[in-house]
Design a protein around this ligand. Structure first.
Ligand SMILES: [Zn+2]
Length: 214
């Protein structure tokens, strides 16, 4: 297979070029196309500035691509006076975008870990959530990515991530089921192996009782 790739392949340069980031003008033109597809006229007064605004909004919605979550967690504190109890950040506001329909996924994330020798500033946990959320996502993958990143960089005794979120692709189109939240979780280390640790975490995020799912 590699031998084949070494020969100049017609169309390969064009394929590579099509993967390059489009210009702002190309992105705005794509928005104009979608406006026409929706059935409206991009040149009418109310819509004239819309492609530019949508492209700017995309820069905010998808800011996570510019972040390196591992980098965010890189600065840790080792002087913890032996603190080895659970650290939990709950109710982190989460705004993501479904990769199948590019509509919002809105909800909250709860993140916990059991420090082994390092802790991070708590705002860093929220920033890791944000770095993965501000991308085209599916909730299951995002949940796993957040947990795996914390596990790999901090090397704690365990990590727990629970995300509960409503998917606008489900509430405003398709089967139209408002009020439905999807809950995903990823438990690593002690949270996976030890039921009492898991229960403690779920109680701390308010999911420990009969309404919980432990
Ligand atoms: Zn969707």
């Amino acid at each position: 297979m590699n031998k084949v790739l070494k020969k100049p392949v017609p169309g390969l340069a064009a394929a590579a070029a099509s993967q390059a980031r489009p210009s702002r003008a190309e992105a705005e033109e794509a928005v104009r196309t979608l406006i026409r597809w929706a059935g409206d006229e991009p040149d009418r007064e109310g819509l004239i500035g819309t492609p530019e605004r949508v492209v700017r909004a995309y820069e905010e919605f998808f800011a996570g691509y510019a972040d390196d979550p591992r980098e965010i967690l890189a600065r840790t504190f080792e002087e913890t006076d032996g603190y080895d109890e659970m650290v939990v950040l709950r109710d982190i506001r989460l705004e993501s975008y479904c990769e199948h329909h590019i509509v919002p996924i809105i909800g909250k994330a709860h993140v916990g870990y059991l420090p082994a020798h390092r802790v991070v500033g708590i705002s860093k946990l929220a920033r890791v959530v944000e770095a993965y959320a501000k991308r085209l996502q599916i909730q299951e993958k995002m949940t796993a990515q957040i947990a795996n990143c914390i596990q790999e960089v901090l090397e704690p005794r365990g990590v727990a991530v629970v995300i509960e979120a409503a998917h606008q692709c489900m509430t405003t189109r398709g089967i139209r089921k408002p009020g439905v939240a999807m809950v995903t979780s990823r438990m690593l280390g002690a949270f996976r192996d030890d039921a009492s640790t898991r229960r403690e975490f779920l109680a701390m995020i308010g999911r420990g009782g009969a309404g919980g799912y432990a």
